[in-house]
Design a binder for this molecule. Structure first.
Ligand code: CAA
Length: 382
């Protein structure tokens, strides 16, 4: 069984992330949310502290952290702002295909210069028609001598307008479905690559999201990750690694909601006493605390499983799905605790509900997580 007592190094990573989140991120969270502002200066500081390329091995200039350490950091950041956290950790998602599928030469060529400076990368899998059905993607990769020509469109791509590197999934033959999917690394300056307008989002408004178009984008064969047809497995194995930190992100949002609700309940009086003395409120707070504790333990367990060499497909889907459902419910209960004030933008909890919602959708909608969980489960009974 896992032992979740944290080492001194893990404690100090968590403290560093907490300090950064509370002093640099939290004071700007409401303003960035209101204006949908991408706070470049905060992200630059996150990079300087080593918070942006958490999963990249140190030999290539990253922080070289395990999934549990990533989760400790991500929960702290998300407590301050879910949207900023999404942008800070998007490099982990975008670079994981190179870590998993790249040759040592490709890792050196792409990861080392990327990590040496403040850069963003984007993970380009989702398409307008395919959505959750990643195996049906239509972006084409046509072989042309020692290059491929990429044509197609991706949507909902985190940080795309700011990225200097894109990991792109395209098919060499759509009739082959997932067996034709192939992964490529495409630098921003490649001719024919354009990004769309920043999407106007309900939450995570400090993060940037857009489409990415590929029109005759020439990619050298040497920039293909793995062989033709290896892309779907690379994408799925990437998501196995990155869904657990989304569980941590959701847990951070939920913890912030509970912290606001509990503090408010001690100050706010009704019927002649603080509302914290009403059983109705105590039951809410107790249920919120239980959900958060369970979400954190499931997330840590998934992280521990992966850090100990397992794929963690089942555990990461359980953690992501449970924690994000919990975050939405806890944020909702925090608003209810605040009553009418909770519905007002002047108070912090309505943002948490909007931010929590996306955690149920991105990195695989929770319906997909339940599909994965059921498949993994049924395999044990077959
Ligand atoms: N690891 C390795 N291989 C895997 C795998 C995994 N976790 N899961 C599936 N595979 C393999 C299967 O073994 C199978 O290979 P074989 O035939 O050789 O055995 C192959 O992949 C096809 O598997 P399925 O039959 O299960 O494929 P499917 O078409 O039914 O789809 C799915 C499976 C799990 C539903 C998948 O489509 C999926 O995960 N969809 C969601 C995609 C997603 O998460 N998108 C979010 C993108 S990131 C984002 O949100 C943007 C952002 O910027 C934050």
């Amino acid at each position: 069984m896992p032992d979740f007592s944290l080492s001194a190094e893990q404690e100090s990573l968590r403290d560093m992330a907490r300090k950064f989140a509370r002093t640099e991120m939290a004071p700007h969270a409401a303003e960035c949310d209101k204006a949908a502002r991408f706070p470049d200066e905060i992200y630059r500081k996150a990079y300087e502290l080593g918070l942006m390329n958490l999963n990249v091995p140190t030999e290539y200039g990253g922080s070289g952290l395990g999934v549990l350490e990533q989760c400790l950091i991500v929960e702290e950041l998300a407590h301050a702002c879910g949207g900023m956290t999404t942008s800070v950790i998007a490099n982990c998602l975008a670079l994981e295909p190179i870590i998993l599928g790249g040759t040592p030469e490709q890792k050196e060529r792409f990861l080392t210069p990327f990590c040496a400076q403040y850069h963003f990368a984007s993970f380009c899998l989702t398409e307008p028609a395919g959505g959750s059905d990643a195996g049906s993607l239509k972006t084409r990769a046509r072989k042309d001598g020692d290059h491929y020509l990429l044509d197609g469109e991706k949507c909902f791509i985190t940080n795309a307008p700011h990225a200097s590197l894109y990991t792109v999934f395209a098919t060499v033959d759509p009739d082959l479905r997932y067996k034709g999917i192939t992964a490529f690394v495409v630098p921003r300056e490649t001719e024919g690559l354009t990004t769309g307008k920043d999407e106007e989002k309900m939450g995570h408004r400090a993060s940037s999201t857009s489409t990415v178009r590929f029109e005759g984008v020439r990619v050298p064969v040497v920039d293909r990750l793995g062989g033709e047809g290896d892309g779907f497995s690379i994408a799925m194995r990437t998501l196995d690694q990155t869904r657990t930190p989304i569980g941590a992100l959701a847990t951070g949002i939920a913890q912030a909601a509970l912290d606001h609700a509990a503090a408010y309940s001690l100050k706010r009086h009704s019927f002649g006493k603080p509302i914290s003395e009403h059983q109705a409120i105590q039951i809410k707070l107790a249920n919120m605390a239980q959900s958060i504790h369970a979400a954190r333990l499931l997330t840590w367990h998934a992280a521990w499983t992966i850090d100990h060499g397992s794929k963690g497909t089942l555990e990461s889907s359980i953690a992501k799905c449970f924690a994000s459902d919990a975050a939405l419910h806890v944020a909702d209960e925090a608003i209810q605790t605040f009553g009418g004030y909770g519905y007002m933008k002047e108070y912090p909890v309505e943002k948490l509900l909007r931010d929590a919602k996306l955690t149920q959708i991105y990195e695989g909608a929770n319906e997909i997580q339940r599909t994965v969980i059921a498949r993994e489960l049924l395999r044990q009974y077959a």
